[in-house]
Design a protein around this ligand. Structure first.
Ligand code: XIL
Length: 355
């Protein structure tokens, strides 16, 4: 497929909360992403209240420093608020106090979907999506141009991951979430975001089938977030990753590498392999006409969600850029014909794991 110059690719990262980090993000990144601050468990901690405090701080910082924000993430089974599985106790302060008593086990006695109906599920999901998306569209116009609307809905066999919205609404909770987000901000780009789907496999096929169905039915989806949490010894080959990107392109969808990190042993050899993996993945996005951005899932190794030993990020323990970072940054800025290094057709494969 012919390569097409699409301008510099924006580079994103989570917003770290110290001045030294902020200086790095200010100078070397274009986009910030709330790593946890806008997940439901954080921003909608009980049925009657919202807390956008941390999210607003991050988005205001982005606005004041000329960055944009990837809104992350509206409906994520792993990050739903506890209260939705604790009705009716979570509705009232006294009930919430009871729930906090250790070993009382009220939440075990009352099944999580007790009291829930499809209608109530849709209403709660709609309220959360509408409140969140319109809050940012209204108070920070133009700063949050994109949202991960649904996150990690499939397992590695391509079946739906269990969560309360799936149980009480049914599989169409996913399409409904996109419709609600679109209604709340018709200008926002809406993504479905998935992990371990960076190469053709059962989970990736489920995502592609869902996306094709959404396009056929006019469900407002704009792109797929390809997370790419990998290791220096097991990452997608260019053939695999580009094939996945091309498949979405044929559906009229853009893609972003949405949560890149590459774990590696802290040796010189490990660092070289890590550099090669980063170059390969960034090169694949560079080469795919529909790949419009890359976000790394963390700035410096000590604070990676993958733990201390993984060392998966672009800055090291001393908050120094790794030696390969400047060249990577250039690849993001320069036309592919100039900057793309040769990329190995195959990468070594080993056992895969998430951490
Ligand atoms: C992770 C955060 O990085 C951690 O701080 C948190 O404890 C758990 O979630 N896929 C996603 C992200 O879409 O939201 C997850 O973030 C990592 C996997």
């Amino acid at each position: 497929m012919a390569q097409q110059w699409k301008g510099p690719l924006p580079l994103g990262c989570p917003m770290p909360y110290t001045p030294r980090y902020a200086a790095i993000v200010r100078n070397s990144f274009d986009v910030v992403v709330p790593e946890n601050e806008l997940k439901m468990f954080w921003s909608h901690p009980d049925p009657l209240s919202y807390d956008f405090g941390l999210g607003d701080g991050l988005v205001a910082w982005a606005r004041d420093h000329g960055k944009t924000v990837r809104g992350h993430t509206l409906v994520f089974g792993d990050a739903l608020a506890d209260w939705i599985g604790q009705l009716p106790f979570s509705l009232f302060p006294a009930g919430r106090a009871l729930l906090r008593i250790p070993n009382l086990g009220l939440d075990k006695i009352i099944p999580p979907d007790f009291l829930w109906t499809r209608q109530l599920g849709l209403a709660v999901m709609r309220d959360f999506i509408t409140r969140t998306v319109s809050h940012y569209a209204t108070h920070f116009p133009g700063v949050v141009p994109e949202w991960d609307v649904v996150n990690e809905a499939f397992d590695d066999e391509g079946h739906y991951n269990d969560n309360l919205f799936l149980r009480v609404i049914g599989p169409d909770y996913i399409a409904k979430a996109f419709e609600y987000a679109h209604a709340a901000d018709p200008h926002a780009l809406l993504f479905y975001n998935e992990y371990d789907a960076q190469e053709p496999n059962a989970r990736q096929r489920a995502v592609a089938a869902m996306a094709a169905d959404f396009k056929r039915r006019g469900v407002p989806i704009d792109g797929i977030g390809i997370q790419v949490h990998v290791s220096a010894t097991d990452y997608p080959t260019s053939a695999q990753l580009r094939r996945v990107m091309r498949e979405y392109r044929k559906l009229g969808l853009r893609v972003e590498v949405s949560e890149l990190d590459v774990s590696a042993p802290p040796t010189r050899y490990g660092l070289e392999r890590q550099a090669r993996a980063y170059r390969s993945i960034v090169g694949d996005c560079r080469a795919a006409p529909n790949c419009t951005g890359i976000t790394v899932w963390g700035v410096a190794d000590p604070y990676s969600w993958r733990g201390d030993a993984a060392e998966p990020l672009l800055y090291d323990d001393a908050l120094k850029a790794k030696p390969f970072f400047p060249a990577l940054r250039e690849m993001l800025r320069a036309p592919p014909a100039v900057a793309l290094p040769a990329v190995a057709a195959t990468a070594p494969r080993r056992q895969r794991s998430r951490s």
